[in-house]
Design a protein around this ligand. Structure first.
Ligand code: GAR
Length: 223
């Protein structure tokens, strides 16, 4: 008898710290038919994070884990792994989760832990990426989704998008343009990881059947 076995979608936990607009883009994408991942849990390390309320209103399981209530980083991260394992989480998507993770946590979740960062990595790791791009006179800015390694904003890059920097940009106007691109690439990148199309080979991400692994959101007209 030829019976097709239903394959279970990977269960994804999204970790946030604030407004959670990237989390919202992942949740909305996961509602579309054929999306290869299920959003199973949203956790915020700041219980008052506005994104957590939104996720709750969507009917998603949510959890506020106030990092200030834990002895240290290792204690918090250990408890976090416990919660994620109990919830049978397969993949973790950091979405504006503004906390460094311990090496232990990163090792436990190696190649199952992804992050979005508002710069074209490896440029501008860390904070204030948009002002730093403006100060450097960059003509292009963008965002990256990558697998997480123990160094901050380092790890195999899954997807990137570039946007133009306008002459009259402020950090805020540039951030808004980059954020729009973030909302496009993060659901795509998560889908590629969840479906097994994106794999880490030799610390680089290889995408099966990729025609173009990068989304360039503008094409400059060359003279
Ligand atoms: C996003 O721009 C995200 O890329 C950035 O924080 C913002 C969170 O916004 N993350 C980092 O800087 C991580 N290094 P959101 O809460 O609306 O998704």
């Amino acid at each position: 008898m030829n019976q097709s076995i239903p394959t279970k979608k990977p269960r994804v936990a999204i970790l946030i710290s604030g407004r959670g607009s990237n989390m919202m883009s992942l949740v909305e994408a996961a509602k579309t038919s054929g999306y290869p991942a299920e959003i199973a849990l949203v956790i915020a390390n700041r219980p008052e994070a506005p994104g957590l309320e939104w996720a709750k209103a969507q009917g998603l399981p949510t959890l506020g884990m106030d990092h200030k209530l834990y002895e240290n980083r290792a204690h918090f991260d250990g408890q976090l792994t416990g919660v994620l394992q109990t919830a049978k989480i397969d993949l973790i998507a950091l979405a504006g989760f503004m906390r460094l993770l311990t090496e232990d946590f990163v090792t436990t979740w190696r190649d199952r832990l992804i992050n979005i960062h508002p710069s074209l990595l490896p440029s501008f790791k860390g904070l204030n990426t948009h002002q730093r791009a403006l100060d450097a006179g960059c003509k292009v800015a963008g965002c990256s989704v990558h697998f997480v390694r123990s160094k901050m904003d380092v790890g195999p890059i899954i997807a990137q998008a570039a946007v133009p920097v306008h002459a009259d940009d402020s950090a805020d106007t540039l951030a808004a343009r980059v954020l729009e691109a973030e909302h496009k690439i993060y659901p795509n990148a998560l889908a590629m990881v969840a479906s097994g199309r994106a794999k880490v080979i030799g610390e680089q991400v290889k995408i099966a059947d990729a025609i173009n692994q990068h989304m360039t959101l503008f094409s400059p007209k060359l003279p």
